[in-house]
Ligand binder design. Structure first.
Ligand SMILES: C[S@@+](CC[C@H](N)C(=O)[O-])C[C@H]1O[C@@H](n2cnc3c(N)ncnc32)[C@H](O)[C@@H]1O
Length: 278
């Protein structure tokens, strides 16, 4: 396993959002877990910026509709995968590196009765366990930032798409290389590495064979969203400390504070890329 994979697994195994935390919140709110619907999970199971609206933007960009075969790269707990299946009638296969995330995704998907249309496979997006040309769309949200060789992941997306299929993803996009201190902090605290500017990403997409359809700058809206997420993580940390449970990965909080400041200053941007296998 490469050091990037090991760091991502370390980070996500200790992440402040987990299936156990989601289930305990639901149990506390409704008294039991009988008959939980996908809609009840959605406020808790989306680990990206912008919640369900961000999923809708990707679905629109990638032309996802009833029956679309979709791969979700770095699917996490399967929140976006379940949303695309439930809201759009898509059949979604997630690829996820962290074993605890894969198990959590299966548990949550089973709970809401979507296992026939959503599955999250344990795997690395640099070598996807899916055949050539079988997907109508590939999506990914705030996850390629963990992947050491983004060109390989984009080439895998191209390989598994059918001709005419679309890739739509969002990711961090620094304007210029970060300082060594910031890069180190974001690596230690959030397993971020090999970050690419918009220009570099466009070159990688073209190298993989894609035609670029659109690039949307998300930096201003992320600045607002991330301030809210930081407040949420602080609250989760305080709740964990009060409950006497481990408050998560210490370096995460330090790096998240710096990450939010970098986005708000515009040094670190965010973008949505839409590309087609023509
Ligand atoms: C920010 S979470 C996003 C989860 C999901 N996309 C969502 O929006 O809820 C990033 C996920 O990427 C996974 N990941 C990191 N590197 C990966 C890789 N090389 N291959 C597959 N998954 C990876 C992590 O384990 C983590 O669950």
């Amino acid at each position: 396993m490469d050091s990037g994979a090991a760091q991502a697994i370390y980070f996500y195994t200790r992440h402040p959002i987990s299936s156990a935390i989601i289930l305990s919140k639901l149990r506390a709110a409704r008294g039991h877990l009988d008959g939980v619907t996908p809609d009840e999970l959605f406020p808790h199971d989306q680990d990206h910026y912008g919640g369900l609206a961000a999923n809708d933007a990707l679905a629109k960009a990638a032309h996802i509709a009833t029956g679309s075969r979709v791969a979700d790269f770095c699917a996490g707990l399967g929140g976006p995968a379940r949303y695309l299946a439930h809201r759009y009638g898509a059949d979604v296969t997630g690829i996820e590196l962290t074993p605890a995330r894969v198990a959590g995704a299966a548990e949550l998907t089973r709970l809401v009765g979507l296992s026939d249309r959503v599955r999250v496979l344990e795997g690395n997006v640099m070598g996807v366990p899916l055949p050539d040309g079988g997907m109508d769309a590939v999506v990914s949200q705030e996850a390629l930032l963990h992947v050491p060789d983004k060109g390989r992941a984009l080439a895998e997306a191209f390989r598994i798409l059918r001709p005419g299929g679309r890739l739509a993803f969002t990711d961090w996009t620094p304007e210029a290389p970060l300082s060594a201190a910031d890069a180190d902090l974001l690596w230690r605290g959030m397993a971020a590495q090999s970050l690419q500017s918009v220009t570099n990403y466009c070159a990688l997409l073209k190298d993989a064979g894609f035609r670029i359809v659109a690039v949307d700058d998300l930096t201003p809206e992320w600045g607002v969203i991330l301030a809210e997420r930081l407040a949420m993580y602080r609250k989760l940390r305080e709740e964990a400390e009060r409950a006497g449970t481990p408050p998560g990965h210490g370096a995460f909080h330090e790096s998240y504070v710096r990450f939010v400041a970098l986005v708000q200053s515009g040094e670190l941007g965010g973008a949505r890329f839409t590309a087609e296998k023509s």
